[in-house]
Design a protein around this ligand. Structure first.
Ligand SMILES: Nc1ncnc2c1ncn2[C@@H]1O[C@H](COP(=O)(O)OP(=O)(O)OP(=O)(O)O)[C@@H](O)[C@H]1O
Ligand SMILES: [Mg+2]
Length: 498
């Protein structure tokens, strides 16, 4: 493919040269001979500083959003680097997104779970699918690690091409608000766009809730690839109702969902520690559904996924079967069972809202007379400091005992992070202990646990690493909890303790 073919449809303000292109790179260290180097201004660094380096290792063309035009290779000047990267990458891989039905899911909480549910339903309907999200990517029958919830356009287009080549017709992807603002999904023709909810999270990046909402709204807006054919909106959420007006103004077809009202809603909800069942009311029929996923928040996720699946022409039987088939979403209310006479749950909840939901869910199964809710949690370093006391308060209010620990302290002092969280924890008046070492904290919580209690190990979920100031170490809450339980003398997952 030559440079001009690659630039087809890309917004450019000036251009020169037309060599053959062997590939695209936006990181100068990965450039190979014959590549085009896309130099874009990022938040922390500017790719334009590396143009000379890219040329020295073989770049034959440069696409730049800066003012430095190289004199010795072909070039194109573009108004927006990442948008150009998105369009170039799509061209390079043969515009695979246009041949796939892509559902994008955005919102503060529930994206991963909704995505897994939707994939399960699509598979029950006999479709070949690919999934892109926080926990992992599913492409061409393989499960791949996910470095980002939403990858950069180059990796994303490659992933679409691999999915298409393996025979997939559907892609389900989580779209983070970072990705939307950075325009990583620019030009992707979303068929269905799902909005789960909007609560305080990532405010370090977006500064205000209005800005955060504006970021989420990008998924629903009209772009070069049009607006999504269908918008699936949680109208129990204030921002979902705002989006409803926005989508209607644009003429987008809207399907709403909510706990008790909306095109898709639930009646006769029954939540137990083993499953969640309810009658799913759809515009066509009402049917009984049963999911192994635990908790009322998953009623929302099931509703959103069902509405999206319905928009993708899945029938009622596929929806019912797909909901039942998904045994667990990794790290989302995932139980660790070594035959102990109490419940141990690992959950990714890492916001005050998610902690409130998680602890109140546990409370539904544990009454003060027969057990306690014990929560182990920490707050991430180098991220929104304001949410730490809020998380502390949420964990304290929802629990009978809290062990405050570390959760990816990154470059910060773990004790300084704990000090921020403890302010809120103290406001709750709940008993707590501080143990900065997460492994020791989990051991401490489990050794204090009695029959009938629920221990919530919150924050890391499916993650397998802990990022400290000087190193990143292997750390899996599920593994560490199982190890602690074995040390406490519980052995077999087969033993029944219910
Ligand atoms: N619909 C929901 N509403 C509120 N909280 C939810 C909802 N679904 C899940 N949660 C809580 O949030 C946690 C994260 O869920 P999930 O991974 O599905 O969300 P996510 O939006 O993908 O999060 P992230 O932005 O971290 O990728 C769950 O473990 C649960 O505690
Ligand atoms: Mg996610």
């Amino acid at each position: 493919m030559n440079f001009l073919e690659l630039l087809d449809g890309v917004e450019i303000s000036a251009q020169s040269g037309n060599p053959e292109i062997t590939g695209i790179e936006y990181d100068s260290r990965r450039v190979k001979p014959g590549n085009v180097f896309v130099a874009m201004r990022g938040e922390s660094s500017d790719g334009n500083r590396f143009i000379e380096q890219a040329i020295s290792v073989g770049a034959v063309a440069v696409v730049t959003d800066g003012d430095l035009i190289p004199s010795n290779v072909a070039w194109a000047k573009v108004p927006h680097g990442r948008r150009a990267l998105a369009a170039l990458s799509a061209n390079f891989y043969g515009r695979p997104a246009e041949k796939l039905a892509i559902t994008g899911i955005t919102g503060t909480n529930g994206k991963s779970t909704t995505a897994f549910l939707l994939e399960s339903i699509l598979q029950a309907a006999g479709r070949k699918t690919s999934l892109v999200g926080t926990i992992e990517y599913h492409v061409a029958g393989k499960v791949l690690p996910a470095p980002h919830t939403t990858p950069e356009p180059l990796e994303l287009q490659k992933l679409f091409q691999d999915a298409l080549e393996s025979g997939a017709s559907e892609v389900v992807m989580e779209v983070s608000s970072h990705a939307l603002v950075q325009q990583r999904t620019f030009g992707i023709p979303f068929d269905v766009a799902v909005f789960t909810n909007l609560t305080r999270d990532h405010l370090d990046y977006h500064k205000t809730m209005d800005e955060y909402f504006a970021a989420k709204r990008i998924l629903f807006a009209r772009t070069v690839s049009g607006s999504p054919r269908v918008a699936v909106l949680n109208t129990d959420d204030e921002s979902g109702r705002q989006l409803l007006d926005f989508c209607k103004e644009q003429g987008t077809k809207v399907i709403t969902y909510g706990l008790t009202k909306g095109d898709f809603h639930a009646t006769n909800v029954d939540v137990s520690l083993r499953s969640t069942s309810f009658d799913l009311v759809t515009p066509h029929k009402t049917m009984a559904v049963k999911s192994p996923l635990i908790g009322r928040v998953n009623v929302y996720n099931i509703l959103g996924a069902s509405a999206a699946a319905w928009s993708r022409d899945c029938n009622a039987e596929a929806i019912r079967a797909g909901i039942g088939d998904l045994a667990c979403v990794p790290g989302r209310f995932e139980r660790v069972d070594c035959g102990q006479p109490f419940t141990v749950v690992v959950d990714y909840a890492h916001t005050d809202d998610a902690l409130r939901n998680l602890t109140s869910l546990a409370r539904e199964f544990v009454k003060p007379a027969n057990g306690r809710v014990i929560t182990v949690f920490g707050c991430g370093g180098d991220r929104d400091r304001n949410k730490r006391p809020l998380m502390g308060e949420a964990a304290g209010k929802g629990s009978d005992f809290v062990v405050l620990t570390s959760d990816n302290p990154r470059s910060e002092d773990p004790l300084a992070i704990i000090n921020d969280a403890v302010v809120g924890l103290q406001r709750s008046g709940t008993k707590y202990k501080i143990e900065p070492d997460r492994r020791a904290a989990i051991h401490l919580a489990l050794s204090e646990t009695r029959r009938g209690d629920i221990v919530l190990i919150a924050g890391k979920g499916h993650e397998r690493m802990q990022t400290l100031r000087t190193e990143t170490i292997p750390f899996d809450d599920r593994y560490v909890a199982a190890e602690a339980l074995r040390e406490l003398g519980y052995e077999s997952a087969a033993e029944s303790w219910a």
